[in-house]
Ligand binder design. Structure first.
Ligand code: SF4
Length: 422
């Protein structure tokens, strides 16, 4: 029976020859992930269920990223709970301050996920790892607890949408614009409980950073997961990161898709999602009348080195608009260090930005840049729901690093060509 790429990975992990959309399966897991918000809830469920050991099969990763370094007593207690659980069961992939980065940037960077593997995470943006040709998806803390104990999880096999990419991106346009463009086309429930399977000759023109950003936001279209084929770019990314052998799965030529969406990458504009949904998309060059108070460049969506480089290129030799707060957050310590060594931190600071230690921070309205009533931010994050970055009367505009950097310079939503032509 013909299967999509996701279905092939799920079948292999369920020990079945084939699976079909809608089938309920129990699959072995390669990775089970939680953070400092969801980890404590999962640990409570783990203890309540009476589990006394963790799986030897699945890798367990606990990443203290959301409210760390701890912003208050409650977050300190949450991290403490995860810390003592990791100690109790000898969990090696426990990442605390000094080693931690934003989880969905850290996990691929550390080689904790590989093509063909299956992962769950008690965090909705776990779908990021589809960029590597893995199946990964977000789950609740109860499934997380069971996954830690048994190394397995149940799934309803998703049907799939094929996203056929052609052409290549224009100057200033990146993976963030592609995924915002797609969500603008299909809506925030356009791929509900489906796989978004990216394919076509345009794939090869997308960097790994583009692919990570695109898969990160698959959930913003309601998708169960996003996934890219494994190619030379994937192999180059994995080289030296992971000693495990891994499998590159491919969709069958006659795999079943409920829908095919064609996107010519050369026609994707720099795109901004206005409040309060990622589907509310507009071309960046139409935003000149929208004054902003803050810019955030970072998060699991756009905190990678390529994102930092893109923002630094715009900010080099320029200054952020007086009165505007610009916050740059490299997603992992390794990326932070590279930003120091390449001079990006100097560029950001000379431009009037602050550069934070890796953390989720303002992305979820946690700390490091909360918005007051009536304030507006352009952010490279992935959600712009009501109150996401602070007060319910604040607004978040989602954009790529170059659009965010250009907007920081002008003080309003700007296409980067607006500042580069000055
Ligand atoms: Fe969630 Fe934002 Fe952290 Fe990503 S950066 S894991 S979206 S809070």
């Amino acid at each position: 029976m013909a299967m999509t790429m996701t279905q092939k990975i799920l079948a292999a992990h369920a020990g079945l020859e084939s699976v079909t959309a809608g089938q309920l399966i129990k699959a072995k897991l390669d990775l089970v992930l939680a953070n400092d918000i969801t980890g404590p809830v999962a640990i409570n469920e783990f203890d309540k269920a009476g589990f006394s050991s963790v799986s030897n099969d699945a890798r367990i990763a606990l990443v203290m990223d959301h409210f760390a370094p701890n912003k208050d007593i409650k977050s300190a207690e949450s991290c403490k709970k995860c810390r003592s659980f990791a100690k109790r069961f000898g969990i090696e992939s426990f990442y605390d301050v000094g080693e931690m980065g934003v989880e969905h940037a850290l996990i691929p960077e550390k080689g904790l996920i590989a093509p063909g593997e299956a992962a769950i995470g008690a965090d909705s943006h776990t779908c990021t790892y589809g960029a590597l040709g893995a199946f990964s998806t977000g789950v609740g803390s109860t499934d997380m607890a069971a996954g830690m104990a048994t190394g397995e999880a149940w799934f309803k096999v998703p049907s799939a949408i094929k996203v056929n990419l052609t052409g290549s991106l224009q100057k200033y346009v990146s993976g963030k614009d592609v995924i915002l463009h797609l969500i603008g086309m299909i809506g925030v429930d356009g791929a509900l409980y489906q796989s978004l399977e990216f394919t076509g000759e345009g794939v090869k023109s997308l960097t790994m950073s583009d692919r990570l950003t695109i898969c990160n936001m698959a959930i913003e279209a309601g998708a169960k997961n996003g996934i890219f084929p494994v190619d030379d770019i994937t192999r180059e990314y994995m080289a030296g990161r992971c000693e495990r052998s891994w499998t590159a799965f491919e969709a069958d030529a006659d795999a079943p898709y409920t829908r095919v969406i064609d996107i010519d990458l050369s026609g994707v504009p720099c795109t901004v999602a206005y409040p309060h949904l990622p589907e509310n998309t507009h071309p960046a060059d139409e935003g000149a009348g929208i004054e902003i108070d803050q810019v955030v460049i970072g998060s699991c969506t756009n905190g990678n080195l390529e994102d930092m480089a893109a923002a630094a290129a715009i900010l080099h030799g320029r200054h952020v608009k007086k009165g505007l707060r610009a916050i740059v957050i490299p997603a992992t310590p390794k990326i932070y260090m590279e930003c120091v060594e390449r001079g990006y931190v100097k560029t950001f600071m000379e431009a009037g930005c602050i550069v934070s230690t890796p953390t989720c921070g303002p992305c979820l309205g946690g700390h490091m840049g909360i918005l007051a009533a009536g304030e507006r931010a352009v952010a490279t994050t992935n959600r712009n729901f009501v109150g996401r970055m602070g007060h319910v009367e604040s607004e978040v505009y989602l954009a790529s690093p170059v659009v965010a950097a250009a907007s920081a310079v002008t003080g309003h939503i700007s296409h980067p060509k607006e500042v580069e032509s000055e």
